[in-house]
Design a protein around this ligand. Structure first.
Ligand SMILES: Cc1cc2nc3c(=O)[nH]c(=O)nc-3n(C[C@H](O)[C@H](O)[C@H](O)COP(=O)(O)OP(=O)(O)OC[C@H]3O[C@@H](n4cnc5c(N)ncnc54)[C@H](O)[C@@H]3O)c2cc1C
Length: 468
C-alpha cells in the first residue's frame, strides 16, 4: 500500500455503500487501519436509506459480479441465498423479448445472476465485510452520520479528508481533518472529487458521457397466488422503434419488483394508475397481463439520473498520489444493463491485486491500481455506450468508426443471440462480464453473426426450457 509520512499505513474510504465496503475488503491485511466515512446512519434490518436512492429499483447482480464478490468475500453468495436472494440462470430464468421476438429458453446454466433488493444485498455484504475485518490484522472503523466535505493535501498528493458529523449537538458538527496514507473515494454517483480537485489546485479528470435519457419507475408486487406465479422473471428492454421497457423479477420473501423504463419523451409515470397503463405500452403485453395477477405492495418510485458517465482518473497525471476512485464515483452506467454493482466488485478485486505488497516487491502505486480499475470498467463501458448510442444526445462524446462498427455488429449479434445457443452463450459471457469483448469476435461467433440470416425470435414467451 502507498505510504505517506503522516498517514502511514492508514486508509480512509469515503462512502460505506457497496463499493466502499468492497474497498475495505481489498485493503484488509494491507493497511493497519481503515476508516469508513458514511454520511448516513445504517438502518436496522433491511431498510432503505437516503444515501442510496437507487436502492428502491430493481438490481440484478450479474454472474461476473457474483464471482468477483465471492472471490473477495468467500461465502457471500450462500449468505445472500439464505437472506432470500433468488438465483436466475440466464436465459432460462429470465424470459427476454427483444425487437426480433422472444429469446429461446436454453438451459445453459453458465450464468447465475442474483435478484434481491438492494437493502438486503448491502446489509449482507456489510455484515460479511465487518466479519472479515474482525478476523484480520486491519482495524476497521465505520463513522456513520459523518460526511466527507473535502480532500486535504495539495495538487500532487492527497493526505486526508475533511469531515463533518451530521446530527448531534451543533458543536459536534464542526469540520475536522482525518489524515491517511490512502484515500479511496467510493461515494457513488454524487462524488464531489472533481470539485475537490479544484480546491487542491488541480483540474478535474476528463469526463465522458453518453446519455440515453432513460428514466426508471419501480413498484413492488406480490403475486396473488404464489402457485400460479411465473416460473421466471421477464425482461422486455425496449428498442429504437419502441424505446419503453419493463423488467419484472422475483426478489426475496415471495415479492417481485417491476421496473418500467423509457428514453427521453417516453419516461414512465410515478402515478400508480398511469404506471400500470404505461406497462401496457411497452413492446409486448405479457408483463401488463401478469400485473392483473399481482397486488402492489409499494408506491411507485422514480429515478432519472441514469447517464453513462466515466471519469478518466486512470489517464496519465489525472490522479494525485494517495487517492483512488472506485465504483460509481469513477463510472456510472445506464442501469438497464445491470452492470454497476458488478463493476464495483471487479474494481475492488483489481485494487486488491495491485495494492498487494507481496513477495518483497516495492509498494505498488495508486495510479497503477486506478489503471487496473479502469481495465475492469472497460468491457462494461463499451457494452453500455455501444448499446446506448442510438439514443445519445447531441452533447455526448461522438462515436468513432470503431464504435459505429461495433454498434452495427452488436445489433446483428443481439438478434442472433436470441435464437442461436452458440452466439447466445458468447453474448451472455460478455454482457454478464465473465469474458472480454474479444469473445464476441472469435471466428465461430463472427461467422455466425455476419453470415447466418437474421431470423425472428419466438412469437410468445416460451414455457418450455430447451436442453443445450
Ligand atoms: C435506477 C438504478 C438501477 C440500477 N440497477 C442496477 C442493477 O440491476 N445491477 C447493477 O449491478 N447495478 C445497478 N445499478 C447501479 C448500482 O446502483 C451502482 O453501481 C452501485 O450502487 C454503486 O455502488 P457505490 O458504492 O459506488 O455507490 P452507492 O451504492 O451509491 O453508495 C455510495 C455511498 O456513499 C455515501 N456517500 C455519498 N457521499 C458521501 C460523502 N460526501 N461523505 C460520506 N458518505 C457519502 C452514500 O451515503 C452511500 O452510502 C443501478 C443504478 C440505478 C440508478
Amino acid at each position: 500500500m502507498t505510504e505517506h509520512s503522516n498517514g502511514g499505513r492508514t486508509a480512509i474510504v469515503i462512502g460505506g455503500g457497496l463499493a466502499g465496503m468492497l474497498a475495505v475488503t481489498a485493503l484488509l491485511g494491507q493497511a493497519d487501519t481503515v476508516t469508513v466515512i458514511e454520511r448516513d446512519r445504517y438502518p436496522a434490518g433491511h431498510g432503505f436509506r437516503k444515501g442510496v436512492p437507487q436502492a428502491r429499483h430493481l438490481h440484478i447482480l450479474l454472474s461476473g459480479g457474483s464471482l468477483a464478490l465471492e472471490e473477495l468475500l468467500p461465502g457471500t453468495l450462500a449468505a445472500l441465498g439464505e437472506a432470500g436472494a433468488r438465483s436466475l440462470y440466464l436465459p432460462r430464468d429470465l424470459l427476454t423479448r427483444t425487437a426480433t421476438g422472444w429469446q429461446r429458453r436454453f438451459d445453459e446454466r453458465r450464468h447465475r445472476t442474483l435478484s434481491v433488493t438492494r437493502p438486503v444485498l448491502d446489509a449482507v455484504v456489510r455484515e460479511r465485510v465487518l466479519r472479515a475485518a474482525a478476523a484480520s490484522a486491519t482495524r476497521v472503523e465505520v463513522l456513520e452520520a459523518t460526511e466527507a466535505t473535502g480532500l486535504t493535501g495539495d495538487a500532487s498528493r492527497v493526505t486526508g479528508v475533511r469531515v463533518r458529523s451530521r446530527g448531534g449537538a451543533p458543536g459536534a458538527r464542526s469540520e475536522r481533518e482525518l489524515v491517511a496514507g490512502l484515500v479511496v473515494d467510493a461515494s457513488g454517483r454524487g462524488s464531489r472529487t472533481p470539485q475537490w480537485f479544484a480546491e487542491l489546485g488541480r483540474s478535474a479528470p476528463h469526463e465522458e458521457t453518453v446519455d440515453a435519457g432513460i428514466a426508471y419507475a419501480t413498484r413492488m408486487y406480490r403475486p396473488k397466488d404464489p402457485a400460479t406465479a411465473p416460473d421466471a422473471g421477464v425482461n422486455v428492454p425496449g428498442w429504437p422503434e419502441c424505446p419503453r421497457g419493463a423488467a419484472y423479477v422475483p426478489v426475496e420473501d415471495g415479492k417481485w419488483l417491476l421496473t418500467l423504463s423509457g428514453v427521453r419523451g417516453h419516461h414512465p409515470p410515478t402515478d400508480p394508475a398511469e404506471f400500470t397503463a404505461f406497462s401496457a405500452t411497452i413492446g409486448d403485453p405479457y408483463v401488463h397481463e401478469l400485473l392483473a395477477e399481482a397486488e402492489p405492495l409499494s408506491p411507485v418510485h422514480g429515478f432519472r439520473d441514469t447517464c453513462n458517465r466515466r471519469r478518466h482518473f486512470e489517464r496519465p497525471g489525472a490522479l494525485p498520489a494517495g487517492l483512488l476512485v472506485l465504483g460509481d464515483a469513477a463510472c456510472t452506467f445506464n442501469p438497464v444493463y445491470g452492470q454497476g454493482m458488478s463493476v464495483a466488485a471487479l474494481g475492488a478485486l483489481a485494487v486488491r491485486g495491485t495494492l498487494a505488497n507481496g513477495g518483497g516487491q516495492r509498494p505498488r502505486s495508486t495510479a497503477e491500481a486506478q489503471r487496473a480499475v479502469a481495465r475492469a470498467v472497460e468491457p462494461a463501458w463499451l457494452a453500455a455506450v455501444g448499446a446506448d448510442r442510438p439514443y445519445a444526445s447531441p452533447d455526448d462524446a461522438k462515436a468513432g468508426v470503431a464504435e459505429r462498427l461495433s454498434t452495427w455488429y452488436i445489433d446483428r449479434l443481439f438478434a442472433r443471440a436470441a435464437i442461436d445457443p452458440v452466439v447466445g452463450a458468447a453474448f451472455r459471457d460478455v454482457f454478464c462480464l465473465t469474458a472480454p469483448p474479444t469473445r464476441l469476435v472469435a471466428p465461430q461467433i463472427f461467422l455466425r453473426t455476419v453470415f447466418l440470416p437474421r431470423l425472428p425470435g419466438l412469437p410468445g414467451p416460451p414455457a418450455a426450457v430447451e436442453e443445450v
